[in-house]
Design a protein around this ligand. Sequence first.
Ligand code: COA
Length: 282
Amino acid sequence: MEVTIRHALPKDIAAIVRVANCAFLEEARLPWLFGVGLVEHLRNFPDWQFVAEVDGRIVGFLVGKPGEDRAFISWIAVHPAHWRKGIGGKLLKAIEEKANKAGLRIVELGTPFARKFYEKYGYKCVNIQKKLVLNLSQRNVDKPQKISLKNLSLDDLPRLLKFFGEEKEYLDTASKFFSSLADDPHLSLLGERRNEIVGVAIATTARLTPELVVISKIFAKDFDYMLSMLNGLEYVCSCYGKRWLGVSLPIPHVDEEKLLSLGWEDAKMPNFWTLYWMRKEW
Ligand SMILES: CC(C)(COP(=O)(O)OP(=O)(O)OC[C@H]1O[C@@H](n2cnc3c(N)ncnc32)[C@H](O)[C@@H]1OP(=O)(O)O)[C@@H](O)C(=O)NCCC(=O)NCCS
């Protein structure tokens, strides 16, 4: 089997998108998402796009771009019929050689599922953006007992500023609140105890997976109230029949170990995953 690596050309767009449709597990398989990015890269960085051909057919591609002092891989994929034959490695070599010629000595990328592949070719994991999910189906979810919950409303914002005691967190929360208002007003929660705010939690339904709700902001006075706020969101999600609740770490007061002990798992969903940031330097 002879594999040819060459620059990608505008005429290759359809074949590249077909490989993406077949190969990706995550949302990069969606043409309306990946296709836009592909065309932008071809337009702006034509010399950094590569395809792999076998018998004149495109079976793999790498979409990349240069930065100031390093190159980035935006997407790479090989058609499943050709996995584990070294084609992905050849595509990596192509961008590394291109970077080297351009005077860049680093190639970087973020990947949800292909960490092992990059490690095989000398890339090291330099950062992990951890995400966890809780499966709410087949789970008993009771209403939190220690706090009373209500939906956060516009009138609560002045009290929220007092609760935070500083503007940065407050403004972030207000912005997340407004972002969730159009589609998910029921997922903005205020936790109170004896009429005093003890926590706030805001979440939104994931665009591509309506059964997944993702926490965009969560804050509480202490560890116990944080657990109550998480429990509150679980409860509301479960009432609406949502199946998954997702969170990006870190969050205040509660660490990963605690969440794992409560049944949360590493996120590996098509549009919500732990991201491994990989780097090769020479
Ligand atoms: C990741 C990908 C590009 C690798 O392409 P490839 O042509 O199979 O890669 P190579 O043959 O050069 O290297 C294969 C190595 O990758 C790793 N690998 C590939 N698939 C794997 C799997 N399912 N499980 C574990 N390791 C795997 C292994 O280290 C493997 O080496 P080995 O065969 O000696 O064990 C391809 O699997 C793919 O398109 N996956 C889906 C899209 C994707 O995840 N892209 C990367 C996201 S940024």
